[in-house]
Write a protein that binds this ligand. Sequence first.
Ligand SMILES: Cc1cc2nc3c(=O)[nH]c(=O)nc-3n(C[C@H](O)[C@H](O)[C@H](O)COP(=O)(O)OP(=O)(O)OC[C@H]3O[C@@H](n4cnc5c(N)ncnc54)[C@H](O)[C@@H]3O)c2cc1C
Length: 382
Amino acid sequence: MKADVAVIGAGPAGSSATAVLAREGFDVVLLEEHARPGVPQHCAGMLTKEACRRLGIRVPRGVVQSEPSHVVIHYGSTSFKARLDMYVLDRASFDQYMAETAVEAGAELLTGHKVIGMRRSGHGWLLSVRGGPELASELVIGADGYKALSLRWAGLERPSEVASCLQYELKLDREVDQDIVVCYFGSSVAPGGYAWVVPIGNKAVRVGLGVRKASKPARFYLDAFVKKEFPNSKIVKRMAGLVSTSGPVVPNYTGAYLAVGEAAGHVNPLTGAGIASSMVSGRIAGLIASRALEEGDFSALRLSEHYTTWRSVVGRYHELAMEVRRALESLTSEELACLVKDMSRGSSKSRLSLTALSLLARNPKFVKFLLKVRELKVALCL
Ligand SMILES: Cc1cc2nc3c(=O)[nH]c(=O)nc-3n(C[C@H](O)[C@H](O)[C@H](O)COP(=O)(O)OP(=O)(O)OC[C@H]3O[C@@H](n4cnc5c(N)ncnc54)[C@H](O)[C@@H]3O)c2cc1C
């Protein structure tokens, strides 16, 4: 088998890159290890409308399970509510829609094709596929998600830090508010991460959490959370996965290879959201790879344009999100509780308590954030 480009992984990143390349007329093969893109589902499906508007993401109605307009943040006994319009996606349907779009553009989708290795051949690559013939391609785009094995095969570093995530779909004995996503923070709920409750209609929710550097596995915390918040529920689906939390992998390119999406750490380091940024990462890869193919230049230098472009569109907001995370992590639990209490009273600066003001004065990073409120709002949405 031969192709101009082999894309490993039919998630949002891989399908986005493939669609761009196919529209440009290149011979592109999209390899997916599972029988259907998006299955098994490994995501809560939250995608903010602001990200869609900013990044030109079209969401077909058929894949939307709910459209919450607010998020409620709990920390200990304190909470606050904030406006955040979003779609909750059925990721299996969304990923299938994305892969079909790539196929309609002219790409070949090979499901049930797990790539198990790759090696350099001439100026391109030879990919080994479980149970199938080898595939020769001029360029490889590694969109293989959190497993990110293609980076290792290409001789690059993989994301250095991950959050371990577990999620259940619960059938409830009652309806829940479809307008609200609820997030719970605190070391007893989800150390180093947070728990979420996402409405998906019809007396059902997605409940999950991510933990980092926790003393116990994610399952311990999720089972305790479900027992406390939804004692009469029934687990109908379980899904586990990792989310990269160390920021972008640099470099995410080498000769004739580009890593994109979750594999390249293109995930919001504060929220763990990666659908929107992975799609952008994939699209940019499609464009850069098209130009590289036209010019016959597959050098690392040529492909490095992917990182600089992605950084200018999304990455700089993720850097801000990382700064916020680090600043929040530097606070004591009393200081955090104080901030959340202030947020619950209102977001206007004049309503901040003296404790919060002294916190800002002591920590110059927080003062900087006050001056960057607009960018911060974007950073939370992407
Ligand atoms: C529990 C959980 C909840 C999440 N919730 C949200 C959320 O609400 N909102 C949000 O924005 N993000 C969320 N994320 C993160 C989000 O799911 C990812 O960032 C996003 O899916 C990344 O897209 P991707 O295309 O890079 O990778 P993926 O969507 O992971 O796609 C990678 C694809 O590659 C395939 N693959 C892997 N290895 C191979 C191989 N060797 N050969 C062939 N195919 C291969 C996989 O089967 C998969 O289809 C969540 C993650 C987890 C774990």
